[in-house]
Ligand binder design. Sequence first.
Ligand SMILES: Nc1ncnc2c1ncn2[C@@H]1O[C@H](COP(=O)(O)OP(=O)(O)OP(=O)(O)O)[C@@H](O)[C@H]1O
Ligand SMILES: [Mg+2]
Length: 247
Amino acid sequence: MEREFFEEIHSSDSADHRKLIKDNDLVILARDLVKNYEIGDFIVKAVDHVSLEIKRGDFFVIIGPSGAGKTTLLNLIGGLDLPDQGIIYYNGVLISSMNEESLAIFRLMNSGFIFQNYNLISTLTAEENVMFPMSLAGISLKDQREQAVSLLLKMGLENRREHLPFQLSAGEQQRVAIARALANKPPNILADEPTANLDKKTSIFIQKLFKELKEEGITMVIATHDDGLIELADRIIVFEDGMINNT
Ligand SMILES: Nc1ncnc2c1ncn2[C@@H]1O[C@H](COP(=O)(O)OP(=O)(O)OP(=O)(O)O)[C@@H](O)[C@H]1O
Ligand SMILES: [Mg+2]
């Protein structure tokens, strides 16, 4: 499968894009992305001909009103969803035409995701949810558990390890989702409104944590309305009606 994965990358090579990525040390290069949702007679242009570049180590913030397409855009650039049109390079790899199996491996190696709706596995405890991406990465059970315990402690959830997602508050689920995203020490983190359900004190804690991750050189791509996170941004895009609208 590994061979197929790399053949796919090279067959779609483009010298100009690769030069741009190399010269500017880009993690993400997206060109002319389109994602439409058709429901009955309605077509929602969730992402409407969007091009963008994200440099390695950037703290890249996406702001914009509800329904603007921020989640859709994050899902495309993180390789969780495929565009109807356009191309995306992620770490120099053309992910926009990869098959699902290759994409899943690619995501595991490259990204930590914090989802807007947490996406915790309902039948697994908080600790098992944090262990899950490490199990996919082939880490030993002992190391998985140690890392999960340490991350949950960091998130102030040491007494919630055995709780199932439905037994956790929204803010606790959000913190489990953050712990899970950090589990494999990913080089890039994509976060969708990661402080939306946290109280002020916990939000400030997460802002500090994200600042430390930025200082460690991790690329952060974050959709947020949180002023504390917006303050940390190297770049901000304003997203409206599926388009970048920076004035
Ligand atoms: N799976 C889907 N099927 C149909 N329409 C969708 C789907 N996902 C999103 N949409 C539509 O696409 C548009 C953009 O949605 P998206 O979730 O990306 O917005 P958002 O900017 O993240 O909003 P919010 O700030 O509320 O999270 C919305 O109008 C939404 O109704
Ligand atoms: Mg959203």
